[in-house]
Design a binder for this molecule. Structure first.
Ligand code: NAD
Ligand code: ZN
Length: 250
């Protein structure tokens, strides 16, 4: 572990533009289950594809039922050691930006400014109308969901479907975020993957793009990924343990 930490510190020192790319593995120590590890809440239910959500009221009811069932874990979660380390590295100018697949809002909670954060898969802490874009808070949705015995509310403005502001399978990626992530990936000379299985595309294309552009690639993940062979450094350990020293002042 010490050797890996030293090597990571060295790579950060040598980089002039370092970028972190984070996945669900960063937040498991915060009590939010990841997607593919055994026991994760997601492994119990097949994800609801976007077109099904839009076209079926029953699917929307089910999506919101699941969302509120998981909300306790999300609402009580606080940033972990990995989040704190990344926020500190950014604060010290050693990390240019963070591209995240996470929707839990924990990078913001750890103090990373919006300008340095790219949420590729949206944010689950609020909802929007898919037709007119109006924003609705989760409490507002929950009050109507509960009062109607588990029926998902429609937009009072336009009647459109209301969905958590996250990107579902089959839903278009957010254009601005994709463009920002693209630019940051082109500019960087060190790309650090943290806690992602790298199987969800197009997000998983960014580490590949970084490597092709000549950046050094680091993969920090408990389990092997398909990109390990391409990486300049692979560390298979607990993210919190590994990044803990980076979260503390020297
Ligand atoms: P994933 O579940 O596919 O992969 C997570 C990886 O992290 C796994 O390979 C696992 O071995 C590893 N891991 C878990 N805990 C770890 C730890 N403590 N230390 C080291 N490694 C650890 O997640 P993904 O690649 O981010 O893709 C999942 C998709 O689901 C994303 O698109 C995301 O939007 C969504 N999601 C988000 C959250 C969240 O916001 N926290 C949680 C689950 C899923
Ligand atoms: Zn609307």
């Amino acid at each position: 572990l010490k050797g890996a930490q030293a090597r990571l510190a060295e790579l950060l020192d040598e980089a002039s533009c370092a970028v972190a790319f984070t996945g669900a593995g960063l937040s498991t120590e915060c009590g939010i289950p990841d997607f593919r590890s055994p026991g994760g809440l997601w492994t119990q239910n097949k994800p609801i594809p976007f077109d099904v959500f839009v076209s079926h009221k029953a699917a929307r009811n089910e999506a919101w039922r699941r969302k509120f069932a998981m909300e306790e874990a999300f609402a009580s979660a606080r940033p972990g050691r990995g989040h704190r380390a990344l926020a500190r590295l950014h604060g010290h100018g050693r990390l240019k930006g963070i591209i995240t697949q996470n929707i839990d809002g924990l990078h913001q909670a750890s103090g990373v400014p919006d300008a340095a954060l790219i949420e590729l898969h949206g944010n689950g802490t609020y909802a929007t109308c898919l037709d007119c874009g109006a924003r609705y808070e989760l409490d507002w949705v929950k009050a109507r969901f509960d009062a109607s015995g588990g029926s998902a509310p429609d937009c009072p403005e336009c009647g459109g479907p209301i969905k958590a502001a996250t990107i579902s399978f089959g839903q278009a990626m957010p254009e601005t975020e994709m463009a920002r992530a693209d630019e940051l990936t082109r500019k960087c000379d060190l790309f650090i993957v943290i806690g992602s299985s790298l199987v969800v595309f197009p997000a998983a294309g960014f580490p590949l793009k970084a490597k092709k552009k000549g950046a050094r690639l680091v993969i920090l993940n408990r389990e092997p990924t398909d990109f390990d062979e391409l990486a300049d450094l692979v560390v298979r350990t607990e993210i919190g343990d590994l990044l803990e020293p980076f979260a503390q002042d020297a």
